[in-house]
Design a protein around this ligand. Structure first.
Ligand code: ADP
Ligand code: ADP
Length: 224
């Protein structure tokens, strides 16, 4: 079964802009899957539909076998999403940030993985510091940890390395690979071909709201 299955998905915003036009693809379980496309292609729209932030105009989407309309709770429980914006309180610590997020998801105290997640993202030394004192890379890693508090099988990252220098970008890739090694299916959007090539098992390309390719990375870059 698929981690994510999208069929005939379309979105036309109020005002008439068609951001997605009949998009169909499957994200296989266990992979790092890249959704590649230029600015304005429709990547964020697609992610926001999965996140429940944007209503689709037509088509279906399911996460871990749960249709987002028929089983929204189960679908939501199966996915962790990291948007580009920082969405934690700078005057809480990373440990508090994860505890609050876990509480929102109804994760019982005994089942919380606060320190485990902080260790995995190399934030344990900062566990009890104000989040505002974290470096840019640490803040992004805290956003990843926050998305994982309910242990979803799928992690989605929307432009995880936009505006990030090459060193920090490669550091972030290592953490993404680490999560994938532990069994998490990863979907990331990017407009960097190099990033998709180096990180992803499979790449789908979207342009003007249409899917124009969906191939194993090796086939796409001609090394097969
Ligand atoms: P609704 O869910 O009611 O359709 P939207 O989320 O589409 O509302 O946003 C309302 C309005 O904000 C849109 O009609 C559009 O004019 C404007 N808007 C928001 N984001 C963008 C964007 N990225 N590009 C163009 N217009 C936008
Ligand atoms: P990407 O993430 O690939 O840069 P987006 O999904 O943000 O692309 O945008 C796809 C298209 O939809 C763009 O033309 C954008 O301006 C438009 N758009 C995005 N959000 C809205 C909105 N809320 N209202 C109207 N148009 C929007």
């Amino acid at each position: 079964e698929a981690a994510i299955a999208i069929e005939h998905l379309s979105k036309t915003y109020a005002g008439g802009k068609q951001a997605l036009d009949d998009v169909t693809f499957v994200v296989p379980r266990g992979q790092i899957f890249g959704l590649l496309g230029p600015n304005g292609a429709g990547k964020s729209t697609l992610i926001n539909i999965l996140a429940g932030l944007v209503n689709k105009t037509a088509g279906t989407a399911s996460i871990w076998g749960f249709d987002i309309d028929a089983h929204p709770r189960n679908a939501k429980a199966s996915i962790g999403i990291v948007n580009q914006e920082i969405t934690f309180d700078p005057f809480f610590s990373p440990a508090e940030t994860l505890d609050i997020a876990a509480g929102l998801y109804g994760v019982k105290k005994a089942d919380r993985r606060t320190m485990e997640l902080l260790r995995a993202m190399a934030l344990e030394d900062k566990a009890h510091a104000y989040a505002r004192t974290l470096s840019g890379g640490m803040k992004r890693r805290l956003m990843v940890a926050k998305a994982m508090v309910h242990s979803p099988p799928v992690l989605v990252l929307d432009e995880p390395t936009a505006g990030v220098d090459i060193e920090l970008r490669q550091q972030l890739w290592a953490y993404v690979r680490h999560l994938n090694d532990q069994g998490v299916t990863v979907v990331l959007t990017t407009h960097y071909l190099e990033e998709a090539e180096q990180l992803c098992d499979r790449i789908a390309i979207i342009n003007h709201g249409r899917l124009i390719a969906n191939e194993p990375t090796r086939a796409l870059v001609g090394m097969a």
